[in-house]
Design a protein around this ligand. Sequence first.
Ligand code: CAA
Length: 258
Amino acid sequence: MTAYETLLVENRGPVTLITLNRPQALNALNSQVLAELIAALEAFDKDDAQGCAVITGSEKAFAAGADIKEMSGQGFADMYGSNFFAGYDRVAATRKPVIAAVAGYALGGGCELAMMCDFILAGDNAKFGQPEIKLAVTPGMGGSQRLPRAVGKAKAMEMCLTGRLMDAEEAERSGLVARVVPAAELVEDAVRTASTIAGMAPLAVKANKEMVNAAYETNLQMGIQFERRLFHGLFGTEDQKEGMAAFVEKRPGKWTGK
Ligand code: CAA
């Protein structure tokens, strides 16, 4: 397995568990974390034995944001010229599902990284926020776009303009997170959830992910059309035949990914 300096990556059966590991900086996301995260996600996407990934941090911090110390001396030409943060597009482009398991702080880029994942499971001590305004900047990794889609304009605008944090209970109520679990059980719960997903027919997993994501990119009519076409397409797979036969024969399905 590849060794990383800012991540711990382990395979738990068919689940790739990626743990952000810069405790001295509360997992602040610097260029090395990004490069390693992309490498780990690309390896995960290519590995047929892996069906779902979990990204987590520590109990104190999922990630306290982009690395302020790395950014502080940069000018416009550096940021615009290098298209700073564009590398994060690779995270959302992962074809297999990725779950964010968030305990503690998920601030700025940390909140944005969590929102790039397919869904968020939160520990009961989780705190979400886009406090960039306090640094005289704005979200830069998609937060101003994904947060309103998740929690609505009013809460997103208030959070971006004041920097106020949202706790786990409010995050669940607002639709930002799928479920809240005790922080001590978060990683085990996320790995269990990921194992359930990894046990499904792989092409159906990809299709479900693509069509739910399409709901954010298309109007209703186009989205429904996209859903229907992908649904039709799955009837060309061996796993669809197997899945429906297994139901009729009252036995678990055995998937080939074909
Ligand atoms: N970047 C770099 N270092 C960070 C960091 C960050 N985002 N967040 C925390 N750290 C470092 C601290 O500097 C500190 O390092 P030293 O010990 O060397 O001083 C260490 O992590 C521990 O942090 P604190 O002592 O501050 O811990 P705390 O428990 O007192 O406070 C906190 C925790 C409230 C999360 C506080 O660290 C904090 O406010 N962090 C910054 C949050 C923030 O503004 N995030 C947005 C960043 S900008 C961004 O993300 C842009 C974007 O959209 C992509």
